[in-house]
Design a binder for this molecule. Structure first.
Ligand code: PMP
Length: 352
């Protein structure tokens, strides 16, 4: 830290993204990226847009918003596109949390929430999950604090049914409930339709996972138009051109190819079922996942040891050196071929 760094960030420990080593080619199952490329329509649109990069992007993302409004069944003023969904989550901490509206979220969830809270000087409380990593819905009822829930949760992959989400939203009418649906397309129920009923609900999604666009950085939020207006106040006070022209065009192309998106989600879900079975045969305890990853621990071999051995063998998974998570690894569901390599390698490691 330089002597110039403001003391207001003394307590800030930045988020640690999954490692992206360049020393060799890995089977990369550590950052929940899609193993499939973006839709050819997304690639074509982005390529076309590259020729107009001398111009700023449209701060209203008008064409993309109109297209997405049709796809998601909302009106254009009920959505906001951002630079990845991380950006809209940060906007939500900025817009809807303060001393009188502290943030609450599970103690095991997306690691960026406490970082955003600290960055924005927001008090927060982490609520323990049940022993089996499920969320105790009662903990979030009538809290009147700003609630952040990833559904499905990360890194567990466990999803709450829509009826539970609705109960939480309904019981906190005077505070905002943010449902982070980064992984919703892999088998959970989306809460987007509830934004028409509840004015305190913000649902965030991303094009990073199910639409294979992690490198483009495109996130989106759905809420009643008043909440969207607040988020726009933050956006226009930080970076009006937060979505660049190529990303905006790629997003439009991706939405023109819903078949490709659905096919890829199905492939991931099929591969997840295959991987879960194989891991269980090898003595892993695997949590049933509704996401594009599984969270698994072995009966006898520790989580960190497995992570290191896999890395030595050219396979990257995500290990969290943190209480309650240490025994586990989070394994992204890659292509069928990648998962076959994983299982074959694990077999050798465990039997060898
Ligand atoms: N929410 C959750 C639960 C995530 O795991 C991620 C991905 N790291 C994000 C949000 C943010 O994804 P992105 O910024 O790529 O949209």
């Amino acid at each position: 830290m330089s002597r110039f760094f403001t003391s207001k960030y003394d307590q800030l420990t930045p988020y640690t993204p999954g490692e992206q080593p360049k020393d060799q080619q890995y089977v990369k199952l550590n950052t929940n990226e899609s193993p499939y490329p973006p839709s050819p329509k997304a690639i074509a649109k982005a390529t076309e847009a590259a020729a107009t990069l001398q111009l700023y992007s449209d701060p209203e993302c008008r064409l993309l918003v109109e297209k997405a409004a049709e796809t998601f069944g909302v009106s254009p003023d009920e959505m906001l596109f951002t630079n990845g969904s991380d950006e809209i989550l940060n906007f939500a901490f900025m817009a809807f949390c303060d001393e009188s509206h502290p943030a609450i979220f599970p103690d095991i969830t997306y690691g960026f929430y406490p970082v955003f809270a600290k960055l924005n000087g927001v008090p927060f409380e982490e609520i323990s999950l049940n022993k089996n990593f499920t969320i105790n819905v009662a903990d979030y009822m009538g809290q009147q604090k700003t609630i952040f829930i990833a559904n499905p949760n990360a890194p567990t992959g466990i999803a709450l049914p829509l009826s539970d989400i609705e109960e939480i939203v309904k019981s906190n009418p005077d505070s905002v409930v943010v449902i982070d649906e980064a992984y919703v397309d892999f088998g959970a129920e989306s809460a987007v339709s509830l934004i028409h009923t509840y004015d305190n609900l913000l649902v965030t999604q991303t094009f990073s996972k199910s639409r294979s666009m992690a490198g483009a950085r495109l996130g989106v939020g759905f809420a009643c138009k008043e909440l969207i207006r607040d988020l726009n106040t933050i956006k226009y006070s930080t970076n009006p051109y937060n979505v660049n022209r190529m990303t905006m065009a790629a997003g439009f192309g991706a939405l023109e190819d819903e078949d490709y998106f659905k096919e890829n989600c199905q492939k991931i879900m099929d591969t997840r079922a295959w991987t879960t079975n194989k891991l269980r045969e090898l003595g892993f305890d695997v949590i049933d996942s509704a996401a594009n990853f599984v969270f698994a621990k072995h009966g006898t071999v520790g989580g960190k040891e497995l992570y290191l051995k896999l890395k030595e063998n050219g396979i990257l998974v995500r290990h969290f050196d943190k209480d309650k998570l240490r025994d586990y690894n989070r394994i992204t569901i890659g292509s069928a071929e990648q998962m076959q390599i994983l299982i074959k390698t694990l077999k050798q490691l465990l039997e060898g």
